[in-house]
Design a protein around this ligand. Structure first.
Ligand SMILES: Cc1ncc(COP(=O)(O)O)c(C=O)c1O
Length: 375
């Protein structure tokens, strides 16, 4: 049977990973500065993670959500402690799109409303509801276009109030730092205004922290810098270091009702152990501090390269904006220097999303390669 052909593929077959590196079947070593779309948070095959998952699969890999699973509570408690956010409840699922899908559903149940406001260049996933609030018509089927969704200009508080005052908006969904869109971040003033307007007009504010959360920016959640309290926070990517797991943190003011949400696989034993192990490593290795410190180092190094016009993002969610389109540069980094990097909707932006325990010397490899390629 052939595979359904939806992914443009690099002609590379990684078979092994260790720390910041992956190795292909010929034994070639690649520096992974992209983490498979921001997923690898604690490095490939971290020994504590490998041990925890191996032990759990030997005991009990899965049972359904119809029985007690104390690992879910352990994960929720650890997440609360490390993130510092209080008075939320956790619902576990399997991916970023699913997290946002559940967030929208909860918002609609809670408010009794059905319209969702989102912003230009947003990416919230590919499933039915969330692709309707993603700013990319190419990935929306006619079925997805029937949702009640309104796109607004980025950072336009006046337009936002005009929509919210109509009274039918269940949720405003935003990425605090846009990932796929190209690392744009609205001001603290806009975040606070949005939060205030959502309260005023009884709409739910959803912070999509699928990519920017879990320590990636140096804060546990990117919204924390702006001093706001979203009603719902969606999480996924870095949460399981590659094990599929996602979740939504839901303000305790929003009442759960039996059957309101549900999933077969979400929050299973293996996924929880992967999630707990990631949080333990983030704590033990002080990875939030590492993310902040390394951003300063990257800024210094990038300043030495005249073709880099702007450094976007925070922590280890980094965009290097060049004065030319970077498709060829990325290819050369990958095939000549064995370095994985990422692209964005902004074609001049090189996206760097490495594991959170990466070191200065790994960035030295990148900047050395960049200097050669750009000579
Ligand atoms: C901000 C954001 N939200 C949601 C998603 C969707 O996550 P997933 O691919 O796990 O469904 C992504 C994926 O890139 C994302 O970057």
């Amino acid at each position: 049977m052939e595979l359904f052909d939806v992914y443009p593929l690099y002609d590379i077959t990684p078979v092994k990973g260790k720390g910041a590196y992956v190795f292909d079947k010929e034994g070639r070593k690649y520096l992974d500065l992209y983490g498979g779309h921001a997923v690898i948070s604690i490095g490939h095959s971290h020994p504590a993670y490998v041990n925890a998952i191996s032990k759990q699969v030997g005991e009990l890999g899965f049972y359904s959500n119809s029985v007690k699973n104390p690992l879910q509570q352990e994960l929720a408690d650890k997440l609360e402690k490390l993130s510092g956010v209080k008075n939320y409840s956790l619902f576990l699922c399997n991916s970023g799109a699913e997290a946002n899908e559940n967030a929208l559903k909860v918002a609609s149940f809670h408010t009794g409303k059905d319209r969702v406001v989102y912003f230009e260049k947003a990416f919230h996933g590919r499933t039915s509801g969330v692709v309707a609030v993603t700013d990319n018509e190419n990935i929306q089927a006619p079925f997805n276009q029937n949702h009640n969704a309104t796109k607004l200009k980025f950072e336009d508080a006046e337009a936002l109030e005009k929509e919210l005052e109509k009274g039918d908006v269940a949720a405003v969904i935003l990425e605090v730092i846009q990932g796929v869109g190209g690392l744009d971040e609205a001001s603290t003033e806009f975040h606070q205004k949005t939060s205030e307007l959502c309260k005023k007009y009884r709409s739910v504010l959803i912070a999509d922290e699928v990519q920017s959360g879990y320590g990636r920016t140096g804060d546990f959640f990117a919204f924390q810098k702006h001093n706001i309290r979203p009603d719902i926070i969606s999480i996924a990517k870095g949460m399981g270091n590659g094990f599929p797991i996602g979740g939504v943190l839901i303000d305790k003011a929003i009442q759960a009702k039996s059957g309101m949400l549900g999933t077969t696989f979400g929050g299973n034993h293996l996924a929880c152990v992967a999630g707990i192990s990631v949080l333990k490593v983030i704590e033990k290795e002080n990875l939030l501090i590492n993310a902040s410190d390394l951003f300063e180092y990257v800024k210094e190094q990038a300043a030495e390269i005249p073709q880099i016009k702007k450094i976007k993002g925070r922590g280890l969610m980094i965009g290097l904006e060049f004065d030319f389109e970077i498709a060829q540069l990325r290819k050369e980094l990958l095939y000549k220097h064995q370095i994985f990097t990422g692209a964005a909707a902004n074609k001049k932006l090189l996206r760097i999303l490495p594991s959170l325990n990466i070191k200065k010397e790994h960035f030295d490899e990148l900047f050395k390669a960049l200097k050669i390629v750009l000579k």
